[in-house]
Ligand binder design. Structure first.
Ligand code: ATP
Ligand code: SF4
Ligand code: MG
Length: 346
């Protein structure tokens, strides 16, 4: 197998170590939709802010439809943000045209859940992994491609195979190898292991962890599976109906969740030994999230919240650190805001 390079290739100028690789500020994404003859607005992402440093994994978690992929698509500019800021390696990419984005593209790559959708079935692994290099007219040879495969734990015997001749885990590793080809600083991983069996999930997570350590990659990791997130992430943003409702380190958010929604998600994480779990501790959420077209006034979680008071239906809680918490939480009952926090529009 090809030996691994000590210092990984870099596609773009490196930001100083202290600067975030990704900065997202008050990001909003709306979609125009038609309801019968009525034209209205769907609020997919609302006032979302976070930063990711070199070598760090920031996970966005939440139920289906809460806006995770819309954030990923805005960050990688498959969508144009409606409002707010997306800054990659110190460059504001929020409204850059395709042509302006081209020289920055090597710096940030998106990996989807379904590797089949991003791998042309008629191409060999060698052609698929080297494709970004060919598109960017960069030199490449068999050793370079075999080296990328080696980084994701695959041998050179796979170079001539086609996607249908690979297992699901191998296919996702090929997608990851390809995303490394241009030496990115940021990988946006949208449910990258959701389609894999638990044991294969663990292998791919290990590959991601190794790559991060060796290359200093920043990850925006999107998942609805808190068990997977607990294994990889440094910090977590919990999304509900387009907004982040709680943010902190893995220990803070999963160890001492403050927002009722996070408490419900954490209570549903499977434990390896069921005897360890008090079944009465499981919080079963009632109903579905409200529609992002007709969002409730006040706290969006109020219709499902067992603690809701009258004021929850009129006041929109800001994502701020509150008395009695060590990390930002958007819940009125958690405590009064402390110091400067991020305002959330009402
Ligand atoms: N192109 C689009 N046009 C209209 N609405 C969209 C579009 N893309 C996403 N949405 C809507 O935006 C909201 C957020 O969708 P998004 O795909 O970002 O959620 P998600 O958290 O990734 O969900 P999942 O876990 O199911 O992947 C949903 O209500 C979705 O229907
Ligand atoms: S603000 Fe009120 S409704 Fe919203 S999560 Fe907190 S207690 Fe529940
Ligand atoms: Mg999604």
């Amino acid at each position: 197998m090809t030996s691994l390079p000590d210092s990984p290739p870099r596609g773009v100028d490196q930001a100083p170590a202290s600067d975030p690789v990704l900065r997202v500020e008050r990001l909003r994404k709306t979609f125009p939709v038609s309801l019968g003859r009525r034209r209205t607005t769907l609020h997919a992402v609302d006032e979302v802010s976070f930063t990711i440093s070199r070598g760090e994994t920031y996970a966005l978690v939440g139920e289906s439809g809460c806006g995770k992929s819309s954030v990923a698509r805005c960050v990688t500019r498959l969508h144009e943000p409606t409002d707010g800021l997306v800054e990659v390696l110190g460059t504001d990419v929020t409204h850059l045209s395709r042509r302006e984005l081209r020289p920055l593209r090597p710096g940030f790559q998106l990996v989807f859940q379904d590797p089949f959708s991003s791998l042309d079935p008629s191409h060999t692994v060698a052609a698929l992994v080297s494709e970004p290099l060919r598109v960017q007219r960069r030199p490449h040879d068999r050793d370079l491609v075999a080296g990328l495969l080696a980084e994701v734990g695959l041998g050179p015997e796979l170079l001539k195979r086609r996607p249908h001749e690979l297992s699901g885990g191998q296919r996702q590793r090929v997608v990851i190898a390809r995303s490394l080809a241009l030496g990115p600083d940021l990988l946006v991983l949208d449910e990258p292991v959701a389609a894999l069996d638990a044991s294969v999930q663990a292998q791919v997570i290990n590959v991601l962890r190794d790559l991060q350590r060796r290359r200093g990659l920043a990850y925006l990791f999107i998942s609805h599976d808190l068990g997977v997130v607990a294994n990889l992430a440094d910090r977590i943003g919990v999304m509900y109906l387009g907004r982040i409702v709680e943010e902190g380190t893995v220990e803070e958010v999963l160890g001492a969740p403050q927002h009722p929604y996070t408490q419900a998600l954490v209570s549903a994480i499977p434990v390896s030994d069921p005897a360890q779990r008090d079944s009465s501790a499981r919080i079963r959420l009632q109903g579905e999230p409200p529609s992002p077209i007709d969002r409730p006034t006040g706290c969006s979680f109020a219709p499902r919240c067992w603690l809701a008071e009258d004021r929850c239906r009129t006041e929109t809680p800001a994502l701020v650190r509150r008395a009695g918490t060590d990390h930002p939480v958007a819940c009125l009952l958690t405590g009064d805001p402390v110091g400067a926090g991020r305002p959330v529009a009402g």
